[in-house]
Design a protein. Structure first.
Length: 353
C-alpha cells in the first residue's frame, strides 16, 4: 500500500475514533481517541502510519497555543514559583533514579546476557523522566539496549496519557484556570504572522539540535511575543483539535507487534512502576499545592511523569493552570536533558570507586 494512502487511512480512522470519543464525552477526545485506535490497530499488525511533517506541525500548533497563555501577569506568577519548579526538577531526577533501580532489580536475572555496565545504562536511561527519542539516543551512546529503553518510555507516556485525563475527569476538576490566552479572537493576518514566527522558532530549535524542536520553538517565540503584551491572534478550535489528533497518531504508531513481544516481563515491570510513579507524583503535587496555594489539579499535572505535550494538552482542554503546568513540564524536560548524562557519569564513577 502506498505511503500516502496509509497516512490518509490512518487519519480517517483516527478522526472517526476522535468523533466517537467526543460522543462518549471522554477527556481530551481529539488525542485519546486517535491514540487508542492507532495503538490497537498497530498492535494487531495493520499498517498505520504517522507522517513526520504532520506531527511536527501538530506540535508547533500546540506550542503556539500554550504560548498565548503567557501574559505579563502570568509570566510574573510563573517566575515567582521558581522554587517550586526547582523542587519539581529534583523530584523528577530522584524519581528517575528510583525507577531505573527498580527495573534493574526486577529484570536483572533476565538481563544476564548483558554486561554489568550495559544493564546499568539500559535501566538508568529507561528510568529517566525525559523524552523517549532523546533518552534512546543517550542510551545508544553508552552501549545500552535501545529497544528496551525506547519501549519503556513509550509505554510510560501511553499509560500516563490515558490515565491522567480520566483521573481528572473522575475528580471532577475543570475550568479552574483563571488565566486565559491573551488573544481570544481569530484574526487571520495575526494568525499568519503567528504561524510564521512558530515556523522560524521550530526551524531554529531544530538547527540547534534541541529536544522537541517544533513544540519548543513555537512555544518560546509565542511566549516571547505574548509576554511583551502583543496580541496577534487566537488559534481556531479546529486547528488545535487537528494538532491533538496527529500527536495522538504519532504516539499510537509506536506500538507495533514487535513492541508487544519485546521482553514481556520488562514491559510488565515498566507498567507497574509507572502506576507507582503516577501515585507518588500525585502525592508530591498535592504537597506542592499546599505550599504554593495553587489548585492541586494544576500541580498534579505539572509534576506528572508524562510527556510535555500530552500533559500540556490535558491542562489546556480542561483549563487547569496551563502556564504553570507548561512551565513545570518544560523546565523538567530541559533539566533532565541537561543533567541526566552528567549524573550518569557521576554515578558510574561513584560505583567504580
Amino acid at each position: 500500500m502506498p505511503f500516502l494512502v496509509r497516512v490518509l487511512l490512518t487519519l480517517v480512522l483516527a478522526y472517526a475514533a476522535a468523533r466517537l470519543c467526543v460522543w462518549w464525552q471522554t477527556p481530551i477526545p481529539w488525542m485519546i481517541g486517535p491514540l487508542v485506535a492507532t495503538s490497537v490497530l498497530s498492535v494487531i499488525g495493520l499498517p498505520t502510519t504517522s507522517w513526520v511533517p504532520l506531527r511536527n506541525a501538530g506540535q508547533g500548533v500546540i506550542g503556539a497555543a500554550l504560548g498565548l497563555y503567557f501574559t505579563p501577569a502570568v509570566g510574573a506568577l510563573v517566575v515567582g514559583l521558581w522554587w517550586a519548579i526547582g523542587l519539581g526538577i529534583v523530584w523528577a531526577l530522584a524519581l528517575g533514579l528510583g525507577f531505573g533501580a527498580w527495573l534493574r532489580r526486577v529484570n536483572g536475572p533476565r538481563m544476564a546476557a548483558l554486561s554489568p555496565s550495559q544493564r546499568f545504562s539500559t535501566t538508568y536511561f529507561a528510568g529517566a523522566i525525559g523524552g523517549a527519542s532523546e533518552m534512546t539516543l543517550l542510551a545508544e551512546r553508552h552501549g545500552a539496549r535501545t529497544d528496551l529503553v525506547a519501549s519503556a518510555h513509550s509505554l510510560r507516556v501511553l499509560l500516563v496519557t490515558l490515565a491522567v485525563p480520566f483521573a481528572m475527569q473522575a475528580w471532577g476538576v475543570h475550568g479552574l484556570d483563571l488565566s486565559l490566552p491573551s488573544a481570544r479572537d481569530v484574526l487571520w493576518p495575526g494568525l499568519l504572522g503567528l504561524g510564521g514566527l512558530a515556523l522560524v522558532g521550530g526551524w531554529a530549535m531544530q538547527r540547534a539540535g534541541r529536544a522537541n524542536p517544533w513544540f519548543m520553538g513555537a512555544l518560546v517565540v509565542t511566549m516571547g511575543v505574548t509576554l511583551t503584551g502583543v496580541t496577534l491572534s487566537a488559534l481556531p478550535g479546529w486547528l488545535t483539535a487537528g494538532a491533538q489528533l496527529v500527536i495522538g497518531v504519532s504516539l499510537g504508531v509506536r506500538f507495533t507487534p514487535a513492541f508487544v513481544h519485546t521482553a514481556p516481563r520488562w514491559l510488565g515491570s515498566v507498567a507497574l512502576a509507572t502506576v507507582a510513579m503516577m501515585l507518588l507524583c500525585a502525592g508530591f503535587g498535592l504537597l506542592l499545592a499546599r505550599l504554593t496555594g495553587l489548585h492541586p489539579a494544576t500541580l498534579v499535572l505539572g509534576t506528572s511523569p508524562g510527556g510535555i505535550a500530552e500533559m500540556a494538552i490535558t491542562a489546556k482542554v480542561l483549563q487547569l493552570g496551563v502556564p504553570v503546568v507548561t512551565a513545570f513540564q518544560v523546565c523538567r524536560l530541559v533539566a533532565v536533558l541537561v543533567l541526566v548524562e552528567p549524573v550518569y557519569r557521576w554515578w558510574c564513577a561513584r560505583s567504580a570507586g
